[in-house]
Design a protein around this ligand. Structure first.
Ligand code: ZN
Length: 251
């Protein structure tokens, strides 16, 4: 954080989305940086002192039905072939995780992997908490009703926990289709964050290794990512937002 604070001006996601919506970049400082972290791993709590000290205003996208419980993230279940999991229809994926790793999404383990509610409450003044689905499925492999429920259900649960509106979404595993965009819009989200390293990605990101109190990177490559922007990336475009926050113009 110290390294980044010296080189960038931290801004909140909301500030950026407002600028994109209004097409008014005058309030965005040069070398602006939005910090986002996915999942809500319990280790994120150790970042709080640095977040306060450097006024980072990060966004942490939470899995609403894993935080505050002893439920685990599916890719940390011990099942080795994560790539295969991501290619299966949702039902088959769950069945395989259950039979081969004794994992199911609502199973309560002896210990937790995610932030608990008191940690979230302690962080809430300094961190913008948003949605990363309920259980982190591969949305594009889910039937319509499951995908919608993940998007809608995570918003309503988080709004109850946080007592504030939740309008930003980060796709689990970075996977989405037009259907997910439509669901987000229907549910009242304002922006979504695309995670991943797709070849056609038009944005620049800095990935931060586990040196600053984040959870160790999982074997399958699930990453804690710091999103970066600067005025270089969005000022010179003809109405196209070239940045890692993709805002549907009609939102
Ligand atoms: Zn994730």
């Amino acid at each position: 954080m110290q390294y980044l604070a010296k080189r960038y001006n931290f801004i909140s996601l909301n500030r950026l989305v407002t600028a994109i919506e209004k097409k008014d970049w005058s309030k965005i400082p040069s070398k602006a940086l939005v910090v986002t972290i996915d999942d809500g791993h319990m280790g994120n709590f150790r970042l709080l002192e640095s977040i306060k000290k450097y006024q980072v205003h990060p966004t942490i996208y939470l899995c609403s039905h894993i935080i505050g419980t002893n439920r685990h993230f599916w890719w940390k279940s011990g099942y080795q072939n994560i790539k295969e999991m991501k290619s299966l229809p949702h039902r088959d994926m769950l069945q395989k995780l259950r039979t081969q790793a004794d994992y199911w999404p609502e199973k309560e383990y002896d210990s937790r992997q995610a932030l608990n509610i008191s940690e979230i409450n302690a962080m809430q003044s300094f961190v913008d908490f948003q949605s990363h689905s309920k259980f982190h499925p591969v949305l594009i492999n889910c039937p319509d009703n499951v995908s919608l429920d993940e998007i809608k259900g995570s918003k309503s649960k988080l709004e109850k926990i946080l007592n504030q509106s939740v309008t930003h979404f980060s796709y689990p595993n970075g996977d989405y289709s037009q259907r997910e965009i439509d669901f987000l819009k229907k549910c009242g989200y304002k922006s979504y964050l695309e995670i991943g390293t797709k070849a056609d990605a038009t944005f620049s990101r800095i990935e931060i290794e586990n040196k600053i109190g984040l959870e160790p990177r999982a074997k399958n490559g699930e990453k804690n990512i710091i999103s970066k922007t600067s005025d270089d990336y969005f000022k010179d475009l003809d109405g196209n937002v070239k940045f890692d926050i993709k805002v549907n113009p009609s939102f």
